[in-house]
Each structure stands twice: as structure tokens, then as C-alpha cells.
Design a protein around this ligand. Structure first.
Ligand SMILES: C[S@@+](CC[C@H](N)C(=O)[O-])C[C@H]1O[C@@H](n2cnc3c(N)ncnc32)[C@H](O)[C@@H]1O
Length: 245
């Protein structure tokens, strides 16, 4: 399945659109440098902050600028119901690569092979952030920092290392590739330094990734069900790994 056509990112190469209050909140919590933050209703946004992010009320008070609806839509064409949008500096690639290659690794890296659906990518980044995974690597053409993926991840790109790489550039570590034909995950312990790889939504794992894998791993499914959704497969696998300790 492909994502519906999206308007081009309004941000430049080194900045990313944070669409909505929650994306801005998460980005600030995980250290993003926010360049601009607009809202059509500063008082309402600060009430939201007091209710949902009291740790950030002072930062948001200093950052948020009141804008007209037209100005907000200039930044975020499909404005979020919270009427908040911001631009933040994208985590530099060298910083992400350093995190992905750091040793010893204490939490897995999720690898998505050629994912097509930006909502799936965002959901996976949100899962990786929640579970404390080291990062999310994608191969293929989709940009994991596309505004629709950032929206799907609720701005949690700053809580884990998100990069697009070639298969040849994957960080080191034992490669566990998820495939319905593999060994039952319940018989395995997933190590902290694992690379957990998932195939593309329509076609599954490529022959190349399957060949490279140290282990093929299956999630339990009753007969006649072909597969799970990509993001739910990542959720089950990270849950089996163990999550934050
Ligand atoms: C939507 S599925 C791909 C379906 C595809 N038609 C196929 O034949 O594999 C996306 C990815 O989720 C993972 N996945 C889905 N169900 C799984 C299962 N039961 N066991 C292991 N991995 C699974 C695999 O990595 C798969 O490539």
C-alpha cells in the first residue's frame, strides 16, 4: 500500500515540520532545536501545555508565536487539530550514524526494508522510541523524516536514531529477519545488539536480506492468516525483546 500523495515538505533540507502540539512536545523533550513555533491560539496552546506537558510550559511560552490561520497553513498545509506547527532542525546524519554504530549496543536497531507507507514508518519510530530501541533504519526511497512520517511518530524522531541507509551500510550486530516462514519467536531470546529486520509491506523480505540474515524469525499466527501489518509486527518483536529496563 502506498501513502496518499502528500504536499511537498514545507521545510528545508535540514529542518523538519512538527505538525501539532504532541509532535512539538516530544521533539522538545528529546532535545530538538526548534527554529519556529506557530499557533493560532497561544492561550489555548499554553493551557494544553499546562495540562499535558507541565515540564515544557516555560519553553513553550518562550517559543510559541501567535499566527493567523493563513500563516499557520503556510507552514503546515493540513493543519493539525491542535493548531500548532513548528520547524525543528533535523538530527544530523553523522549523529545518527554514531548512535547506530556505537558499541556495545544496549538495545536493538529496527531495520525496515523499503517501507512504502509513511504512516507505518511513523508508527514504527514511535514504537522504537517507546521501547528505547537504538534506532530505526530504512532502506529504499521513502524518507523516514518526511512530514507524514514525523506526524505518524508524534515527533519522536528525536528519541531514537532515524536514518535511511543501504543494506551494505547496516550497523554491525546479529541480523534477525522477521518472516512467517522462520523459527517461532517464542523459542528465541533476542539479544540487545540485534538488528531486527522487517520486509516491505507488499512483498515481504527481499532475497538479499533473507540471505544475509543470521536468523529467520516468525511471529505466531493461526493457519490461513498470511501476515501481520508491518508496524504491529515490529510492536510484537520489540515486546518480545523486552523493552526499557
Ligand atoms: C505486511 S508484512 C509483508 C507481507 C508480504 N505479503 C509477505 O509475503 O511477507 C510486512 C513484514 O512484517 C513482518 N511480518 C508480518 N507477519 C509476520 C509473521 N507472522 N512472522 C514474522 N514476520 C511477520 C515481515 O517482516 C513482513 O515482511
Amino acid at each position: 500500500m502506498t501513502d496518499s500523495p502528500a504536499p511537498p515538505p514545507p521545510s528545508g533540507g535540514d529542518t523538519v515540520l512538527l505538525d501539532g502540539f504532541h509532535a512539538l512536545k516530544h521533539a522538545l523533550r528529546f532535545g530538538a532545536e526548534v527554529r519556529t513555533a506557530l499557533t493560532t491560539d497561544r492561550a489555548r496552546a499554553l493551557d494544553l501545555a499546562a495540562e499535558l506537558a507541565p515540564d515544557l510550559t516555560a519553553a513553550l511560552d518562550a517559543l510559541l508565536t501567535e499566527a493567523t490561520p493563513e500563516e499557520l497553513r503556510g507552514l503546515a498545509p493540513r493543519a493539525h487539530p491542535t493548531e500548532v506547527a513548528a520547524l525543528a532542525v533535523r538530527t544530523p546524519r553523522p549523529a545518527n550514524l554514531a548512535a547506530l554504530h556505537s558499541r556495545p549496543r544496549t538495545a536493538p536497531v529496527v531495520v525496515l526494508e523499503d517501507p512504502r507507507n509513511l504512516g507505518n514508518i511513523g508508527a514504527v519510530i514511535r514504537l522504537a522510541a517507546g521501547f528505547g530501541a537504538t534506532g530505526v533504519v530504512t532502506t529504499g526511497t521513502a524518507d523516514p523524516w518526511h512530514p507524514n512520517a514525523v506526524r505518524g511518530a508524534a515527533g519522536l524522531h528525536y528519541a531514537t536514531a532515524v536514518e535511511r541507509l543501504d543494506l551494505d551500510g547496516l550497523p554491525p550486530g546479529p541480523l534477525y529477519a522477521l518472516d512467517p516462514e522462520g523459527e517461532d519467536i517464542r523459542a528465541l531470546t533476542l539479544p540487545d545488539d540485534a538488528l531486527l529486520a522487517f520486509g516491505t509491506e507488499r512483498h515481504g523480505l527481499s532475497t538479499e536480506l533473507r540471505t544475509r540474515a543470521d536468523h529467520l524469525v516468525a511471529l505466531p499466527m493461526r493457519p490461513q492468516v498470511s501476515s501481520y501489518n508491518l508496524a504491529t509486527s515490529v510492536a510484537m518483536t520489540l515486546f518480545h525483546w523486552g523493552g526499557p529496563r
